[in-house]
Design a protein around this ligand. Structure first.
Ligand SMILES: [Zn+2]
Length: 399
């Protein structure tokens, strides 16, 4: 269940995910945590009965039943495509406009139900569509947008790029997305070739920064990772052919890495939900194999890792928590995987001072669980333990 913008919500004796052996009294008022303290004098009584008490305006929801509860910050997915309805864009173009709109609203709803309260859309979703989905369909997801992506077709010099960037800014997007290399559509021997010249790449980043926009870079590897470090972008995405040397330079430059690891495992399975042709699933398998080393180099070097799914179809929206399983499978501790989806993701968004933690003064986006989320065996079990998702933002904050 989604608790939208509760004016007041409180939990007594609740566990904060990742903090062992302590319980807390937590209050949220008008979208912020106003009280987060270790449970006080009645703590012994609570431990004896093991019953956290819920007080607040809504007493009808499941937390009111006597059981142990856990709270985590709302999950932040740094790489979604909420506007896309099909793997192949031509299939989306063949759909009726109203049908597409309803599918987009369902993508937001499914994303929220799984505990993701903030998303950075990595291309395809203009702020205008978010306005419609928030207002007309009442979906209170925080979404940062990048509108149209700049890719190979835009490698026509800085004059052309200036025009394209002005179009992106005019939509109101806060991010610029650079498609710096190919992806699953490119053959293995060409996939790390840059789409832009070094001059064009540097121009885009400089121009974006001068206009107060942040930059995320799609790159599978090669020289565009070095350009990303030099230009000081916020994050680079996928990056499966990252080298050990590059990881060191990225850590120094403070550029974050969003591997979007699970989508390649899903795409690699010819019988999986994407059901891709063998030539594509073989490329995905090669990418997934490479991710193990890339994520290892990033961890060793101390590159900040961010949680992102790259989910873009109805079969995937709502299954975002699978990325936690994949990151843990590639060697992250549970605590590190969760950090990538909360605190560190907030830092990558430039919101580390107010998002991604259960702390007084922070935005009260949260997920309530009936079992310890850090102990969940997998994403299915974790999703099944969600009792409520709390979104703090008012409609005016979201549009
Ligand atoms: Zn993407």
């Amino acid at each position: 269940m989604i608790l939208k913008q509760p004016a007041f919500q409180a939990y007594k004796g609740i566990h904060i995910a990742g903090i062992e052996g302590k319980r807390f009294d937590i209050e949220m008022r008008d979208g912020r945590f106003t009280l987060v303290v270790e449970a006080g004098p009645d703590r012994e009584a609570l431990e004896r009965t093991d019953v956290p008490e819920v007080v607040g305006q809504d007493t009808s929801h499941p937390e009111a039943s006597p059981q142990k509860l856990w709270i985590s910050p709302g999950i932040i997915d740094l790489h979604t495509h909420l506007a896309w309805t099909d793997f192949d864009h031509d299939d989306q173009l063949a759909r009726d406009g109203r049908e597409v709109e309803k599918m987009q609203a369902e993508a937001l709803a499914a994303t929220l139900r799984t505990g993701v309260t903030t998303a950075r859309d990595a291309g395809g979703l203009p702020p205008e569509t978010i306005r419609l989905l928030v207002q007309h369909y009442q979906q209170p997801l925080r979404v940062e947008t990048s509108s149209a992506m700049l890719g190979a077709a835009d490698a026509k010099g800085t004059r052309h790029l200036e025009k394209r960037l002005a179009e992106v800014y005019a939509t109101g997007a806060g991010w610029v997305k650079i498609m710096a290399t190919g992806g699953l559509g490119a053959p293995a021997e060409k996939v790390i070739e840059p789409n832009f010249s070094e001059e064009e790449f540097a121009f885009i980043v400089r121009h974006a920064h001068e206009h107060g926009k942040k930059v995320l870079v799609h790159t599978w590897g090669g020289v565009t990772i070095d350009w990303s470090a030099q230009a000081g972008v916020a994050s680079f995405e996928h990056g499966m052919f990252l080298t050990r040397d590059q990881a060191g330079r990225l850590a120094e430059a403070g550029v974050a890495y969003v591997p979007t690891a699970s989508i390649y495992q899903i795409a690699a399975d010819p019988k999986g939900v994407l059901g891709l042709p063998p030539v594509i699933s073989e490329r995905a398998a090669r990418a997934a194999d490479a991710h193990a080393a890339a994520i290892g180099y990033a961890r060793e070097a101390g590159v900040r890792l961010g949680f992102g799914t790259d989910y873009a179809t109805p079969a995937l929206h709502g299954y975002n928590l699978q990325e936690l399983d994949t990151l843990i499978g590639y060697g992250l501790s549970r605590a590190a995987a969760w950090r990538s989806a909360t605190e560190d993701a907030a830092v990558i968004l430039g919101k580390g001072h107010e998002l991604g933690r259960i702390a007084e003064g922070y935005l009260a986006d949260a997920v309530i669980y009936t079992a310890d989320p850090h102990q969940a065996r997998n994403a299915d079990e974790l999703r099944g333990s969600i009792a409520a998702v709390i979104t703090a933002a008012k409609e005016s904050d979201l549009i």
